[in-house]
Ligand binder design. Structure first.
Ligand SMILES: C[S@@+](CC[C@H](N)C(=O)[O-])C[C@H]1O[C@@H](n2cnc3c(N)ncnc32)[C@H](O)[C@@H]1O
Length: 377
């Protein structure tokens, strides 16, 4: 390996949807051979020269490039994010000592050769820089609802698909089971489907279950929907039956998005949580759903509650904290309190001036956030 010409570059189109950044496809073995060739590891200058050469190839491939840089992409290949690879090269180039440079080289080599994931998701921690899609802060400002795929946002009281999307990526592996006892319009079901997870959902409104059932069509996974009351043990007997049919015992992630007490009345059914006659009754029923969900959740796995507060008779009712309390009483460990902005739809935005006038002429603040509470069993 002497100069650029001996690294063969073939270039392909960058159209496939999952690739959002420039991608570099490498023949693993050949790339490693060039990257850590023993005779260049003797001194810092040679390491930097080789690194700089590789960086040039990746940054300025032949003129006809359309995005993907393909370095001899035969045999066992790996695709890397171009910007991340360049930043790895830059770290090597900025190293002051050979030890540092070798450390970065080794890290890069490991990221290419090895996969290291935890027991709860598929994030390859050796390539952690490539996961900037996954939010790790406790403040989620999401300006717009994802309206792609099957998400159309018709259901008043649904949540934005980004919520289950983030939770599923962070807390499950492919082909594990996501569970949602307040299915609604199926946002979690569709997200589970597109991320290749299995899904079990319940809603008290049969018409919703039927509607979502018609729309889900997972290819290599299952998506089983049950019409029933999630406070009832009998409904969970059906969930257990579904699990048994698939030769499974537990679910790996539960996402609970209950009615925010009576803010939106979802149906006339008396067991609908939005028809609870008091806060006490709402919390009791919610605790029942929690208890049932915890029972089928695998140990040391995660449960998320998505909820907002409400205002009644001149008083802020911290539904989020009350629900958090119920989960803690049932023995779950609180892992995070995430605050998510509530952007509101266009109709709501038109009303904003009225609300602002009312708030200014009174003593309260306007709801702009809701909670995503993360617990571990
Ligand atoms: C806040 S919505 C969930 C929305 C859902 N995340 C979505 O994006 O469409 C709450 C749902 O819980 C359902 N629900 C209320 N009480 C229930 C109960 N006891 N058992 C099962 N579902 C219930 C309602 O019918 C409603 O669809």
């Amino acid at each position: 390996m002497k100069d650029n010409d001996t690294i063969q570059l073939t270039l392909e189109n960058l159209e496939s949807p999952p690739i959002t950044h420039g991608t570099v496809i490498l023949n693993k073995e050949k790339f490693i051979e060039v990257l850590v060739e023993p005779n260049i590891l003797q001194d810092l200058n040679s390491i930097k020269k080789r690194t700089s050469m590789l960086k040039d190839i990746i940054t300025e491939p032949k003129k006809d490039t359309k995005g993907i840089v393909n370095i001899d992409a035969n045999g066992d290949t790996v695709s890397l994010r171009k910007d991340v690879l360049i930043s790895e090269f830059d770290q090597i180039l900025e190293s002051q000592t050979i030890e540092r440079a070798k450390y970065y080289l080794e890290r890069l080599e490991n990221g290419i050769q090895k996969i290291k994931t935890s027991k709860i998701n598929d994030i390859n921690i050796l390539r952690w820089k490539e996961y900037d899609e996954i939010i790790t802060d406790s403040l989620w400002i999401i300006p717009e609802r994802d309206k792609t795929g099957k998400h159309n946002g018709f259901y008043h009281g649904n949540f934005i698909p980004q919520i289950p999307h983030q939770l599923i990526l962070r807390y499950t592996k492919k082909n594990e089971i996501v569970f949602d006892p307040f299915l609604g319009s199926g946002t979690t079901a569709y997200e589970a489907e597109s991320l290749n997870r299995n899904f079990i959902g319940i809603d008290i409104q049969k018409k919703l279950v039927d509607f979502v059932g018609k729309n889900v069509e997972p290819k290599n996974n299952f998506s089983d929907l049950i019409a029933g009351d999630s406070t009832k043990i009998e409904t969970f007997e059906k969930v257990k039956e579904v699990l048994k049919n698939h030769k499974k015992k537990n679910v790996q992630l539960a996402i609970l998005h209950p009615p925010y007490a009576d803010i939106i009345k979802f149906s006339d059914l008396k067991d609908d949580l939005s028809n609870a006659k008091s806060l006490k009754e709402f919390l009791e029923k919610f605790a029942e759903v929690l208890e049932n969900s915890i029972e089928i959740l695998e140990n040391v796995r995660y449960l998320a509650i998505v909820i907002g507060d409400k205002y009644t008779a001149g008083e802020w009712i911290p539904l989020g904290f009350y629900c958090m309390n119920e989960a803690q009483k049932l023995g779950l460990t609180l892992k995070s309190i995430i605050i998510k902005n509530m952007a509101g739809n266009r109709a709501k935005q038109n009303k904003e001036r009225i609300w602002r006038y009312r708030a200014l002429s009174s003593d309260y603040y306007i709801f702009k956030h809701e909670y995503i509470l993360i617990f571990k069993k």
